[in-house]
Design a protein around this ligand. Structure first.
Ligand code: ADP
Length: 490
């Protein structure tokens, strides 16, 4: 990875430097040439302009006894060489015949083959100023017609652009040097850049490889707030989420395994009992006293009932789990449901010599709920109080209203629940004392079903702390009923 990324970086930087230099170089060289040309013409224009009236007058005014006008013109021009920028090497002036364009005098001797007639000279021969410039030509020139006495001349200034060319060549060399230096710097820089970019990427890759192998323990360090930093942060939160999801799944899986093991165990006990009693009965047909046979048959019936009970509870839970169980919501008076529960268990409570007190608030509203299910919850918690309180106990059922909710609370002074088990009694098949629960026909599913019913109603079922022995359990139900459930009034 490092190599390709580095190569790309080098390529990008090199391309950047080269294109930058080409653009800047072309622009600079073009500007220098342009400036040079412009300067030549503005210099010429200034020389022959209003500001230099003396110069023009000197050129045009012939002396009285003048024998060689061209030599005089040359003399004047020589005096103004500085103004014209004539250096006698790359820029020269010539005095040409105004009618033929022939060389008469100049800052240098006549060039070999004479002064070539340029478009500007042709123009001057016609009596006009020839100051046009051509971009393609490798020279610059200006031809100005002069009338001196009865003679006409052309002052011709020619620049072979050698200065501009030399300047451009020098600049080209400079640009090349800068390019080379830029390339060296960019390659060095690419090493540095690729290091700063590659290192966090490498760390990220290592982290991802670890995560792929299931190791989420290492949280990657976020060293920058740029895109790589954001990527690292996203990866960290993704790894965290994945970790919790996996943990949740594992917990669910463990719960499922426990549940299956519990179900098998719960069903095996009554089945074993049924089998052994049936075998005893079968082996001793005719030999057993009739009351013994009746007793054995009674046990078999009891155990079958128990199995039916467990299976019914399991079916209820499975319907809840799959979401197939819908609430049949109706409106009914809450106090009536509490009272019905009280009446229903009274006989059983009396059998155990319990004192049951009912404390109902004076007025309780109608609630919108599945009456049968709510009654199931109430019956479950009251029967638990009866079951897990030694005979002659005190049981109080109270109910009231708090805000938008109604509540029912059951208090007993029975065996209570040890602190360590309090969180677990709503779990499926969880029983503090298995033998005691089974003896009284408990399956360990009652409270988990009750909790599920309350959850469906958007209510609550929970243990309340209390002083003294026994247990206090409380259910709360929203008066208006659950918000999302479809209503089955009737
Ligand atoms: P079970 O069918 O065994 O009664 P539940 O789900 O109704 O199952 O209750 C779970 C466990 O919670 C019981 O086995 C019991 O150990 C404990 N429990 C429930 N109610 C009481 C109570 N009022 N006093 C003491 N323990 C209780």
């Amino acid at each position: 990875m490092r190599r390709t990324l580095h190569l790309k970086l080098v390529l990008i930087l090199v391309l950047l430097i080269v294109s930058l230099m080409v653009v800047v170089g072309a622009f600079l060289m073009n500007s220098v040439t342009g400036y040079y040309i412009k300067d030549f013409y503005s210099q010429t224009a200034a020389a022959f302009g209003q500001d230099n009236a003396d110069f023009v007058r000197d050129l045009q005014t012939a002396r009285e006894d003048e024998a060689d006008g061209a030599a005089m013109v040359k003399e004047v021009l020589s005096a103004y060489e500085g103004v014209l920028g004539v250096d006698r090497r790359h820029r020269n002036f010539y005095v040409l015949d105004g009618t033929t364009g022939r060389y008469l005098a100049g800052s240098t001797p006549e060039p070999e083959g004479g002064v070539s007639v340029t478009p500007n000279i042709s123009k001057a021969l016609l009596g006009e100023m020839g100051v046009g410039s051509s971009v393609t030509a490798d020279y610059m020139d200006a031809a100005i017609p002069i009338a001196r006495g009865d003679q006409s001349y052309i002052v011709y200034i020619l620049d072979n652009r050698e200065t501009a060319r030399a300047l451009n060549t020098g600049m080209f060399g400079l640009i090349m040097e800068a390019l080379l230096l830029g390339l060296v710097i960019s390659i060095l820089l690419s090493f540095l850049l690729s290091k700063t970019m590659v290192r966090p990427l490498q760390r990220l890759t290592d982290g991802i490889e670890l995560a792929a192998r299931g190791d989420f323990s290492r949280k990657l360090e976020v060293t920058s707030s740029d895109e790589i930093g954001q990527l690292t942060e996203s990866f960290n939160s993704m790894a965290h989420q994945l970790q919790t999801t996996i943990a949740d799944l594992e917990r669910e899986e463990q719960k499922r395994k426990d549940f299956v093991a519990n179900v098998s165990h719960e069903l095996r006990t009554p089945l074993t009992n049924i089998k052994s009693y049936a075998e005893t009965l079968g082996d001793g047909v005719g030999d057993l006293p009739p009351e013994m046979e009746r007793k054995f048959l009674g046990v078999i019936l009891n155990e079958s009932d128990r199995m039916t009970h467990i299976l019914q509870d399991l079916l209820t839970l499975s319907r809840f789990d799959s979401g197939r169980s819908e609430l049949r919501l109706t409106r009914f008076p809450f106090s009536k449901a509490v009272d019905d529960t009280y009446q229903a268990i009274l006989m059983d409570a009396q059998n155990h010599s319990h004192t049951v007190t009912l404390e109902l608030s004076e007025w309780l509203p109608q609630v919108r709920a599945d009456r049968e299910r709510i009654m199931q919850v109430m019956m479950n918690i009251v029967s638990n109080a009866i079951k897990y309180t030694p005979d002659g106990g005190q049981i109080t059922i109270s109910a009231g209203m708090a805000g938008e909710k109604v509540w029912m609370q059951v208090d007993d002074n029975g065996i209570g629940i040890p602190e360590s088990d309090r969180d677990r009694i709503f779990e499926r098949f969880y029983r503090v004392d298995k033998a005691r629960s089974r003896q009284s026909g408990g399956t360990g599913l009652g409270l988990s079903i009750a909790l599920e019913i309350m959850r469906q109603h958007e209510g609550r079922l929970f243990l309340v702390d209390k002083d003294g022995p026994g247990l206090r359990i409380r259910m709360e139900l929203p008066i208006a009923g659950p918000r999302e459930e479809a209503e089955h009034e009737g």
